[in-house]
Design a protein. Sequence first.
Length: 261
Amino acid sequence: MSIQFQRMVLPSRFIGALAKHRRAQTHMVALSEAIQAYDATHPWEPEQSADLDEGMVRIRIKELPPADISLILGDVVHNLRASLDYATCSLVEFGNDGADLSRTQFPFGTRETPLSKKEREKASLGNIFPHALAMIEEARRCGDPWLNILRLLSNQDKHRLLLTTVFRQFPMKVAIDHDNNVADIVPDDSDINIWFRSISDGDVIPMPSILHFKQGIVVEEAEAPYAITVINEINRVVGLALRLMATAVDMPDPKEAAAGG
């Protein structure tokens, strides 16, 4: 997902943020290819047996998700997080030449709540101009909850653990659109509890009408893994955040505007 900025003149530091985002897209392609290659191995299969009760099935897991998927995922997360940090530095620096950016980072803050003074100080936003802070706040609002998930993934990958992927049963059902006389296979939210259940080779489970498995990302602070497809939403909202933040540094330099007025 490339970002188009037409007729914008952006500071070099913000251009660096866009370079980090482009790098993330390269890793997104590699991640998609790695997931597809793994799925193509048909890593699981149902096994019915006379020793099982009626309606039950044994799951055979022939191959677990390879470590490469975790490593590539970490590269995606790192570059997406870095793009937000670079962009934030650009917004703080805009109109504040010589600002100390050594500890400046994107302020994820508390969900659904404007940034507090303490959170702004923690992110080292310094004397950021109001219009720039407003664009960060809008990016936070539009990116909720996906930006918070990015924070969790980034902190885990950077400080403690690889972003381990696991294999989980994912509930699906057939949804019928009677008005248009069509049917589609969609997630079954009424049975989402099965996603919370770990599964190993040889486990016996009830046979649903649609048996489906998906990779999940293990996060220490989360009650259950996040479906690996969450990275697509994170990638989308980071792109949106960068577009919003770019409007702040494309405006005339606040000091120059004041001097000209």
